[in-house]
Design a protein around this ligand. Structure first.
Ligand code: CP
Length: 302
């Protein structure tokens, strides 16, 4: 396929196939020599209009481990600052004969727009509050490695659901795989209409986490909120944050997850983030493997 933009229309077989491919690349990344010739001669551009640590670094590592030439474009020190438009930027990058563009942008839908206007393969690295599909795939790989099956598992996603592209991509994919998804957060950061998600909305944290196999805490997306939509960080932490007292309610084998970056002491305490049940750094390791698999999957047009 040319692009990877969304989890919404992925089939169960497509998701499981991608996770299987990523397993092989995870193994390669643990070797002394972390290199395969698969993308030798290909040019991969990381085109980031928003900040990133995990996604950009792991895509760069993924491309280099597959022997591609990887170049980072960062909007904040580019000619975007001189007024160059999005489409001109993309067409100029394409003129350099890029094969794959990894794009992150603050506007929902912008990465789809870019994909329609370039022959390069495009991978969505996060578009506004719409989707972050590669994050969902690495989250699912982490769950599969710990739980082996998806059918019958319950996941709780808690926090700023309205502004979370991670939540959206995970909800679509988890439901495709037969998981039950529960959502929890302050009403001010839950969408007015929750019906499109088809998820159970919990009214308190106990209900949200008591029977869940996966508890995923989300960061408050202040950069997308305009004004802060919670009364105070202290209150948010007290009523909506994951803390040690919740271990008494949670399943003993529940996975504690977070896409990062973590705001320690806000949506999750340090104790919970660093707890043996936390798989947060496994998520990061699996991110490189998933992105290697995706780089092999997409293909430039023509
Ligand atoms: N999870 C995630 O997308 O992290 P970054 O913003 O650091 O890429």
């Amino acid at each position: 396929m040319k692009d990877f933009l969304s989890t919404k229309n992925m089939t169960k077989d497509e998701i499981l196939g991608l996770l299987d491919t990523a397993e092989a690349f995870r193994e390669l990344s643990r070797r002394d020599v972390k290199k395969a010739p698969t993308l030798k001669g290909k040019t991969v551009l990381n085109v980031f209009f928003e900040n990133s640590t995990r996604t950009r670094t792991s895509f760069e590592l993924a491309a280099k481990r597959l022997s591609a030439d990887a170049v980072n474009f960062t909007a904040s020190n580019s000619s975007t600052q001189k007024g160059e438009t999005l489409i001109d930027t993309i067409q100029n990058l394409e003129a350099m004969q890029s094969d794959i563009m990894i794009v992150r942008h603050s506007c929902s839908g912008s990465v789809h727009f870019i994909a329609e206007n370039t022959k390069s393969a495009v991978i969505n690295a996060g578009d506004g509050l719409n989707e972050h599909p590669t994050q969902a795939m690495l989250d699912l790989m982490t769950i599969k490695r710990a739980k082996h099956e998806f059918e019958g598992l319950t996941a709780t996603i808690m926090g700023d659901i309205t502004h979370s592209r991670v939540a959206r991509s995970n909800i679509w994919a988890m439901k495709t795989l037969g998981m039950k998804v529960k959502l929890f957060g302050p009403p001010t950061v839950l969408p007015n209409d929750m019906s499109p998600f088809g998820c159970h909305v919990c009214s308190n944290i106990e209900e949200a986490i008591e029977d869940s196999d996966v508890v995923m805490a989300l960061r408050i997306q202040r950069e997308r909120q305009g004004k802060l939509l919670i009364p105070s960080v202290r209150e948010y932490s007290a009523f909506f944050g994951l803390s040690p007292k919740h271990l008494q309610i949670m399943k003993k084998d529940a996975l504690i997850m977070h896409p990062g970056p973590i705001n320690r002491g806000v949506e999750i305490s340090s104790y919970m983030a660093d707890h043996p049940q936390s798989v947060i750094l496994d998520q990061v390791e699996n991110g490189v493997a998933i992105r290697m698999a995706l780089l092999c999957m997409v293909k430039k047009e023509g």
